[in-house]
Ligand binder design. Structure first.
Ligand SMILES: NC(=O)c1ccc[n+]([C@@H]2O[C@H](COP(=O)([O-])OP(=O)(O)OC[C@H]3O[C@@H](n4cnc5c(N)ncnc54)[C@H](OP(=O)(O)O)[C@@H]3O)[C@@H](O)[C@H]2O)c1
Length: 264
């Protein structure tokens, strides 16, 4: 049996990854901060699917939390076959409203934790000649969108670059770029999503199914929905200045209730 480690496994996309991978018969290691929620979820997955489900309570905005993740991801005695770096969040408010400390925490969770755990896991996977790593980014990676978009852009560039470097090693890497997904993400950030039309929302389970299919096909980038594929192709053709103005205008509409913010 193989083992999948999923960060941000307690809700939304991470919980959907954990359910799908446990259903497929993988042992799972669930990582997030809320240890009670992690334990409940692990017990459910074990009871329902008969797999081993262990938990690692870690705050990936801290050095100690990232070090614990790094150690587990690279553990040769209990190898991780699939690493899903999914933990993430949005900050409340627009640029200059957000405390710098919160922006730095975002870079730790979205970039440093991804860099360190990918490096630890990839090295161990390369020794075994197999393994997979999915780093969850966002379609926000392709539009000018403050620290959130910049951090997700880093995830895409880093992941696709490493995928090329490790091409012949048996280790597959893929950046996953969803659009709007119904999860706890926007509520946690206090964002008003009422202007987002129904057709733009994706289901977390379907995003996960599409992502795993793309990983199996050997893709290094997954935009798991035809509507968003078309939108991102158009975004590529649009001059950056025009894109920047349009995201600046839409930010307050999709932003935090009572404060302007960048949409995700
Ligand atoms: N929802 C969308 O529309 C959307 C679109 C594109 C990309 N994404 C990306 O998808 C990923 C998952 O988001 P989601 O929508 O599923 O959000 P979510 O429902 O809010 O789940 C976020 C998960 O990340 C964990 N987490 C947050 N901060 C953490 C920290 N400092 N240390 C460890 N774990 C932490 C949370 O658990 P704890 O609170 O227990 O730590 C939770 O399990 C994120 O990377 C997000 O940027 C989301």
């Amino acid at each position: 049996m193989t083992t999948a480690l999923i960060t941000g496994a307690t809700s939304g996309l991470g919980a959907a990854f954990a359910r799908r991978l446990a259903r497929d018969g993988h042992h799972v290691v669930l990582v997030a901060r809320d240890s009670e929620r992690l334990r409940t979820q692990a017990a459910e997955l074990h009871d329902r699917h008969g797999v081993e489900a262990s938990v690692l309570a870690a705050d990936l905005g801290t050095d100690a939390g990232i070090a614990a993740l790094e150690e587990r991801a690279g553990d040769r005695r209990h190898p991780v076959d699939l690493l899903v770096n999914n933990a993430g969040f949005a900050n409340k408010g627009g640029y200059l409203d957000i405390p710098l400390a919160d922006e730095l925490t975002m870079l730790r969770v979205h970039c440093e934790a991804v860099l360190r755990s990918t490096s630890a896991a990839a090295e161990a996977m390369r020794e075994r000649g197999r393994g997979g790593i999915i780093n969850v980014a966002s379609v926000a990676a392709f539009v000018p969108r403050g620290t959130y978009g910049a951090s997700k852009s880093w995830v895409v560039q880093f992941t696709q670059g490493v995928a090329g470097d490790l091409k012949s090693s048996g280790v597959r890497l893929m950046a996953l770029c969803p659009g709007f997904v119904r999860t706890e993400f926007h509520d946690r950030a206090g964002m008003d999503t009422s202007p987002v039309p129904d057709w733009m929302w994706l289901d977390a389970g379907r995003v996960v199914d599409a992502a795993l299919a793309d990983l199996a096909r050997g893709r290094s980038l997954s935009i798991p929905d035809p509507r968003y594929k078309v939108m991102m192709a158009l975004a590529k053709l649009t001059p950056r200045g025009m894109l920047s103005r349009s995201t600046a205008n839409s930010g307050p509409r999709y932003g935090r209730v009572n404060a302007p913010a960048a949409g995700r």
